[in-house]
Design a protein around this ligand. Structure first.
Ligand SMILES: Nc1ncnc2c1ncn2[C@@H]1O[C@H](COP(=O)(O)OP(=O)(O)O)[C@@H](O)[C@H]1O
Ligand code: SF4
Ligand SMILES: [Mg+2]
Length: 355
């Protein structure tokens, strides 16, 4: 099933990445884990798409699947299509994929140490990354590398090029990673919780840099975070993931002003006030995240949902489009229950005690 995702982009923007019906499973000794289920979305040039959801909701696996970064086995990735500038990623050969990763789509990983090689200097790694994708001399690449380090807020960038990754603190390494992923001016940047380990001042600086990149280079950005405050500040559109599925997808203002899925409402209700301290900025919703073993046969949020009714336990709700470029996967929002003359879900019924 291919679901059209919310439109609303400006006519000057072009779709650069399009994902249709992505499914990722892991074959494990304990059975099949359905980490990503029927995920569809697209990204345009100059657009920032925020992706939020609790830990384990499939955010990272979705993005790794796009670039074929998951080892297979155990991972199995299938999709109707994953298109980068109209070319299908799933049918790309090794050479084309290498060109895509870094050249076309930059990726900032959650853990910077997995992407920096401890035995080479940061300068060497940056210049190599630049020269792999751009036809420039070593000297030019080195100057560009220093410029990038300065852009991400690293003092004495020329000198720091000679240092090895272990000579940088955790936050600094994360910034080096960000510089690395920007080295080849990719058309798409996927940032997987990139600022979680950084202090607030540096976070603000990185967010500022991202704003500039969108404006000046028309870079399309996917920003994964559990911080709804960050999403509110920078995203154009937001995807909310739960149990390996997109449960809500809407333009940012619409999502915050008019949330439709009970999970999104719960997330927003747990959002701390602006002046809350960092340590308080953790979201907790009563109950456990769902098990991902086996394909979903019911709404995966049902055990935690105060509005659950019988249909929710019988069938997984499909994602449906509503007004204002808004989509949600919840039976309460399905035309069968919302259209005139439709069935009405039982009121005031809570099935939580059944779990
Ligand atoms: N190598 C693996 N083998 C089995 N299951 C995995 C593997 N990697 C990820 N998963 C499953 O995929 C789910 C989603 O993971 P992930 O995308 O990392 O979540 P998020 O980034 O939203 O925190 C995890 O809860 C886990 O069950
Ligand atoms: S489908 Fe049912 S259980 Fe799932 S979020 Fe909607 S009301 Fe809650
Ligand atoms: Mg993750």
């Amino acid at each position: 099933m291919t679901v059209r995702e919310p439109a609303g982009r400006q006519s000057s923007q072009q779709v650069v990445l399009e994902v249709n019906d992505l499914k990722t499973t892991f074959n494990t000794r304990d059975g099949q884990v359905h980490a990503v289920n029927n995920v569809s979305f697209s990204l345009s040039t100059g657009e920032l798409l925020g992706v939020v959801g609790e830990s384990g909701s499939g955010k990272s696996v979705t993005m790794m699947s796009l670039l074929k970064l998951l080892p297979s086995p155990p991972a199995e990735v299938v999709a109707d299509s994953i298109l980068y500038e109209g070319r299908d990623v799933l049918s790309m050969g090794d050479e084309e994929l290498r060109e895509l990763r870094g050249g076309g789509i930059g990726f900032i990983f959650q853990d910077p140490m997995t992407s920096l090689n401890p035995v080479f200097t940061v300068g060497y790694q940056l210049t190599e990354a630049i020269r792999q994708h751009l036809p420039i001399s070593k000297k030019e690449a080195r100057a560009r590398a220093a410029e990038l380090l300065a852009k991400v807020g690293i003092a004495q960038p020329v000198e720091r090029l000679r240092d090895f990754p272990h000579q940088f603190s955790g936050g600094m390494r994360q910034r080096v990673m960000i510089a690395m992923s920007l080295a080849c001016e990719p058309k798409v940047l996927i940032a997987d919780e990139p600022t979680t380990a950084l202090d607030v001042t540096i976070q603000a600086q990185i967010l500022e840099l991202v704003r500039d990149l969108r404006r000046d280079q028309g870079m399309g950005i996917i920003w994964i975070t559990h911080d709804l405050g960050v999403v509110a500040g920078i995203a154009d559109r937001v995807i909310v993931m739960y149990g390996g599925q997109i449960v809500e997808h809407a333009p940012v203002k619409e999502l915050f002003n008019n949330p439709q899925h009970p999970y999104t409402k719960a997330l927003l209700a747990t959002m701390p006030s602006i002046d809350a301290s960092r340590s308080e900025r953790l979201y907790s919703i009563e109950g456990q995240p769902p098990s991902l073993s086996g394909a979903p046969t019911r709404c995966s949020f049902a055990p935690r949902c105060e509005y659950a009714f019988d249909r929710c336990l019988e069938e997984n709700p499909p994602i449906v489009s509503m007004d204002n470029n808004h989509q949600a996967a919840c039976w309460l929002r399905h035309p069968q229950y919302t259209a005139q003359g439709s069935q009405h879900p039982p009121e005031e019924i809570s099935l939580r005690e059944t779990f």
